[in-house]
Design a protein around this ligand. Structure first.
Ligand code: CA
Length: 243
């Protein structure tokens, strides 16, 4: 499964939201839609999207007010925001950018341009995810194409397992505690138990198949990805003495 970037569309006009959502979906994004500030806040409280497309004129609080509030909150301040609006005056653009928007698109816009802007903010916000290939002990992860392979085999990973593996590979040979992993990999979720880490490590090992043992459990400390745990040879199994 691909790790599709999540895009929250905050837009009160269903026709526009639908058009954007369809185009995003066709281009490998995972759109969700909130039609006012209250539901937008609820979405953001549940899961942080990779990008927010934020309409300026909304019922209730305006997009500008939302952008300011999200920028002031440590949890949401790094989420890229693209303001969508019919307002195209320079003073409005400046106000949008001052409120913390990363970019600004005036309606009517072409969906091609919108997609290009979304990709651009994703690249800017996550430079390490733009075409970064990490390779350790035959295990290879390409964060641009979301592909993982071990030797000649392509592997299928869920989105969380992908993020977890990416982090462990970028910081290989080091031991990471469960709480560190929660912070670095799940950082966008508020309520998650440490046990969740174990569940996903287990799934990751299963998905990695013969490379699964590269992820070591360090008792009382956490987990480590290591190239030292050499892949078992396909030839004669080593004789085992004791357990
Ligand atoms: Ca509107």
């Amino acid at each position: 499964m691909r790790n599709q970037p999540g895009v929250l569309i905050v837009e009160d006009e269903p026709a526009i939201a639908e058009l954007i959502a369809i185009n995003l979906r066709h281009n490998g994004f995972r759109p969700t839609w909130a039609m006012d500030s209250v539901s937008a806040q609820r979405e953001l409280d549940a899961v942080l999207p990779d990008v927010v497309l934020l309409d300026w004129m909304l019922p209730g609080e305006s997009g500008l007010t939302l952008a300011k509030r999200w920028r002031a909150n440590p949890r949401t301040k790094a989420v890229p925001i693209i303001m969508l609006t019919a307002r195209g005056d320079e003073s409005d653009r400046v106000a949008g950018l001052d409120a913390g928007a990363d970019d600004y698109i005036a309606k009517p816009f072409s969906t091609k341009e919108l997609l290009a802007r979304v990709r651009a903010v994703l690249r800017r916000r996550a430079p390490e995810q733009a075409g970064g290939v990490v390779s350790i002990g035959g295990l290879m992860l390409d964060s641009a194409t979301y592909r993982v392979s071990f030797g000649a085999n392509m592997l299928k990973l869920g989105p969380t397992e992908f993020k977890l593996l990416h982090y462990l590979m970028k910081h290989a040979e080091r031991v990471h505690s469960r709480s560190q992993l929660l912070d670095k990999v799940w950082g966008d979720h508020v309520f998650i138990e440490e046990r969740t880490v174990d569940v996903h490590v287990k799934r990751l090992r299963e998905a990695l198949g013969t490379a699964g043992h590269m992820i070591e459990t360090v008792r009382g400390a956490g987990y480590r990805l290591t190239a030292q745990a050499a892949q078992p040879t396909s030839g004669a199994a080593p004789s085992q003495v004791g357990v």
